[in-house]
Design a protein around this ligand. Structure first.
Ligand SMILES: [Ca+2]
Ligand SMILES: [Ca+2]
Length: 153
């Protein structure tokens, strides 16, 4: 069988260019506004890992002092952030621009959760609300065991 390598190569080049463009636009977005990068990934039926980029003590410079990470099964807004559930054991902020992650445990399976973070410096001066990330925990209920398996005579 003859393979058209020229088509194959141009498709590969196209895919590589698209990937490069995606990475570059993500990086540009990250530099423009690192506080808008909160993401959530379901780790299991009862835990979710969130990731974000650290802001700084003064806007995007220096090292902040604390995070207030909260979650809720309802959409989190600036108005209801204080009533959302606060996690315990938040990480200490790293220097501005660092990758941060935290795993929230003890969640209910197959449930949609929203997450948001505020950051403070040593005063503390509190930041505005991060973007809100949401994802569902995994379903933990398997199909029932089959009870009527039979052999056809
Ligand atoms: Ca300071
Ligand atoms: Ca400050």
């Amino acid at each position: 069988m003859k393979i058209d390598y020229s088509l194959h190569n141009s498709l590969l080049a196209g895919a590589a260019l698209l990937l490069f463009a995606t990475i570059m636009s993500s990086a540009a977005a990250g530099q423009a506004n690192p506080s808008k990068e909160l993401k959530a990934t379901a780790a299991s039926a009862t835990s979710i890992t969130i990731t974000w980029t650290s802001p700084g003590d003064d806007s995007l410079t220096g090292t902040a002092s604390q995070y207030d990470i909260r979650y809720s099964t309802a959409l989190i807004t600036a108005a209801n952030f204080a009533t959302a559930t606060q996690v315990s054991g938040e990480p200490t902020p790293k220097i501005a621009g660092s990758s941060e992650s935290f795993t929230v445990t003890g969640l209910t399976p197959n449930t949609l959760y929203y997450f948001a973070i505020k950051t403070a410096d040593e005063v503390p001066n509190w930041s505005g609300l991060s973007n809100v990330a949401s994802i569902s925990t995994l379903d933990s209920v398997p199909p029932a065991a089959i009870k009527n398996l039979a052999v056809q005579q």
